[in-house]
Design a protein around this ligand. Structure first.
Ligand SMILES: Nc1ncnc2c1ncn2[C@@H]1O[C@H](COP(=O)(O)OP(=O)(O)O)[C@@H](O)[C@H]1O
Ligand SMILES: [Mg+2]
Length: 291
């Protein structure tokens, strides 16, 4: 059976140096362990030719089911993994061929928030240290005032700085991760399913926080979710990924109102109930509060 055509806008062959992020022809293959002495296993093709531009200030959502290559894509645009082929340009700099030691500049341009805040927060460090760490790493020194400002920005009390990650709820820990990501004043925030591990009531609050910060700090946002209702709330543009390619991309409303690709229609038919949680968020906002 022929694959359905892709519904994506046409892009220049070369990456766009004016974009916040420009990706062309990106592939990533992972080797699988050999299962036969005579034949090498076929590699896993996690990305099979991905192209897109994220403009400065755009809020770009990437959706697709588990295993379609979303995290692989984010790791590569953040310099944490390497493409097999293709080009990634971040704010006009081609990072594809750069050695790790020359990727340090990326940290001041682009920061990541992951799904599991416990996995990215060292449990032995106090919250103040955790938030100051990226500042210290960049030679800015540790500023108590700056840490307090960041805690306030994410809705936590200044005394949170003296406590440890395990003393907070899941939602609060994700707030700490966001404060840490914002510490180096990045222009681009990349979030990989940042609310998927949280209770539904808390999700809405964290999403609202991200939306407010993106607007206030004029950030470019790349936001990944397997859940279309989450990206609809936050993003102006959506890319739908399926088996390592973007099958459809366009303004959020047109993806919702007039989906073109059969896979997008399948995803939309399965949209869960987050909208209910979002509209009921105000009571939950008060309930979670800040200890
Ligand atoms: N380090 C790795 N080694 C081998 N295979 C991997 C690795 N990382 C991801 N994969 C495979 O690549 C595909 C895409 O994975 P991933 O990017 O994590 O998808 P998603 O984030 O959309 O769930 C999956 O088939 C996954 O098993
Ligand atoms: Mg993932």
């Amino acid at each position: 059976m022929a694959e359905p055509v892709l519904h994506v806008p046409s892009l220049s062959a070369e990456p766009n140096s004016d974009a916040a992020i420009s990706v062309r022809g990106l592939t990533r293959e992972y080797r699988r362990p050999r299962t036969s002495l005579r034949h090498a296993s076929a590699p896993v093709r996690a990305l099979r030719g991905v192209n897109f531009d994220v403009a400065q200030g755009q809020r770009f959502g990437i959706v697709g089911e588990s295993g379609c290559g979303k995290s692989t894509l984010l790791r590569i645009i953040s310099g944490l993994d390497r493409a097999t082929s293709g080009t990634v340009m971040v704010e006009g700099t081609d990072i594809t061929g750069l050695p790790d030691r020359r990727l340090g500049f990326l940290r001041e341009r682009l920061q990541l928030v992951f799904q599991d805040p416990m996995g990215s927060l060292d449990p032995r460090m106090r919250v103040g240290q955790l938030i100051a760490e990226p500042l210290v790493a960049q030679g800015h020194g540790r500023s108590t005032a700056r840490v307090a400002e960041l805690l306030e920005a994410v809705g936590l009390q200044p005394d949170a700085a003296r406590r440890y990650p395990h003393q907070f709820s899941g939602g609060q820990r994700q707030r700490i991760s966001i404060a840490r990501a914002l510490a180096p004043e990045p222009h681009i925030l990349v979030a990989d399913e940042p609310v998927s591990a949280l209770d539904v009531s808390v999700r809405a609050q964290v999403l609202n926080l991200i939306a407010d910060l993106v607007e206030e700090l004029e950030l470019t946002l790349v936001f990944v979710s397997h859940d279309l209702s989450v990206v609809r709330h936050l993003c102006d543009t959506i890319a739908v990924m399926h088996e390592g390619v973007i099958v459809e991309m366009g303004p959020t409303e047109s993806i919702y109102e007039n989906p073109q690709h059969p896979y997008t229609r399948t995803l939309l038919a399965a949209v869960p109930t987050l909208r209910k949680a979002l509209t009921g968020a105000s009571a939950a906002d008060l309930a979670e509060g800040v200890q």
